[in-house]
Design a protein around this ligand. Structure first.
Ligand SMILES: *Cc1c(COP(=O)(O)O)cnc(C)c1O
Length: 382
């Protein structure tokens, strides 16, 4: 069996272990401590966001963000349909309903025109949405200028899911800093990892203070344990935060490497018939968390997304279809949705390629040679 090539695997920089050792040496083995505070300062400095709360996962950060925007039973929240289920699930945790909005072709994220149509229609039906959740999929920022303008017109707050987009920018401004709050993830497959973790970021200090409060069981100021609100156990551990501090030292390198992997795939594969890449709109910079391709079956002479994926699998290379949109998921099929066919087409024709920053050139060559071989074989038969 050839050596496994993963889609996106953890890539330690070297200093992580020293931070973790320090946590052990000082016995800060708890969901609080100096590394948690230090990691928050690192995240603030990197994103330019005023405040950050380090949490146990990106999903926890989304959950707390929605709570602080007042989302509760019976409410509606507008959510990008083309995403990972973790974006939409916390809406349902709160007894609210996701209203799913499809994508536009330039960033593959929430379509501003459909967003406004959805808002108008929900208001006409008697319910104004409580929040808007755009996602920066695969690192590509959503059209935040248009989305925040529409959100402001209807006075609806924006909670940005930047779980895949740490370090991505629009005109130099970081993903996650356009809305009322932004969410980051440090799960094992993200651009940097704490083995599991997330963060909520905001320029508004009260949101972040409240997030830390709710994340530590909502304990009122009292010597005994007193509670006036329902709390959660959502804080990041000091050990995990130590890994995060080490990872922050190499984050700029990781972004450069992922971007260079994208450029390698673009250069090596874009001449194959029917293959498409997602370019950056003017002023946009993606961290290129995952390189994604689309394969147009009408132009690819018999090659499809699925034949490529299966051949890669035979070669022990992990690849993955693009996210299956939430409006096509059995669990969300009864949610109101505003669709234009774009995310469904991307799901049918799109594939994520191995993009980890620790991939060797030899591994990348194996990926591109495997993909080229199936195109050449099918072209020869056609
Ligand atoms: C990873 C991810 C999340 C969830 O983050 P976790 O830390 O795994 O809970 C949310 N949204 C998107 C788009 C993601 O990719």
């Amino acid at each position: 069996m050839k050596q496994k090539i993963w889609l996106s695997s953890p890539h330690m920089g070297g200093e992580e272990f020293n931070f973790v050792k320090d946590a052990f040496d000082t016995n800060w083995i708890a969901p609080l401590g100096p590394h948690v505070n230090g990691f928050e300062r690192d995240l603030e400095a990197f994103t330019g966001s005023g405040h950050a709360a380090a949490l146990s996962s990106g999903t926890a950060a989304l959950h707390l963000g929605l709570i602080m925007l007042g989302v509760g039973p019976g409410d509606e929240v507008i959510c990008q349909s083309f995403t990972f289920s973790a974006t939409a699930n916390p809406i349902v945790y709160l007894g609210a309903t996701p209203v799913l909005v499809d994508s536009e072709p330039e960033t593959w994220n929430m379509c501003p025109e459909l967003l406004e149509q959805a808002i108008k229609d929900r208001i006409a039906k008697g319910k104004k949405p409580k929040a808007i959740m755009p996602v920066h999929l695969y690192g590509m920022p959503a059209k935040m200028e248009q989305i925040t303008t529409i959100a402001a017109r209807y006075e609806i707050p924006v909670l940005e899911d930047a779980a895949e987009a740490l370090g991505s920018t629009i005109n130099g401004k970081k993903a996650g800093t356009f809305g009322a709050m932004g969410v980051l993830s440090f799960n094992g497959n993200k651009i940097i990892t704490t083995s599991g973790g997330g963060a909520l970021i905001s320029d508004e200090e009260h949101f972040i203070k409240q997030a830390r409060f709710l994340a530590t069981q909502a304990r009122d100021l009292a010597p005994h344990y007193q509670h006036s609100q329902i709390g959660y156990n959502y804080r990041l551990s000091n050990v995990s935060a130590g890994i995060g501090r080490g990872q922050m030292q190499v984050l700029p390198d990781r972004i450069m490497k992922r971007r260079s992997i994208f450029n390698f795939y673009l250069k090596t594969l874009s001449n194959l018939p029917g293959i498409g890449f997602l370019p950056e709109p003017f002023g946009y910079s993606s961290n290129r968390w995952l390189t994604t391709i689309t394969i147009d079956p009408n132009k690819a002479k018999g090659t499809t997304r699925e034949t490529v994926r299966l051949l890669l699998e035979e070669e022990n290379i992990e690849s993955r279809p693009l996210w299956k949109p939430m409006h096509l998921q059995p669990v969300f099929k009864n949610c109101p949705s505003y669709v234009n066919g774009i995310s469904e087409k991307l799901f049918n024709n799109g594939l994520c390629l191995p993009s980890g920053s620790n991939l060797t050139q030899e591994s990348l060559d194996r990926v591109t040679e495997t993909i080229a071989s199936i195109f050449n074989k099918n072209a020869a038969m056609a």
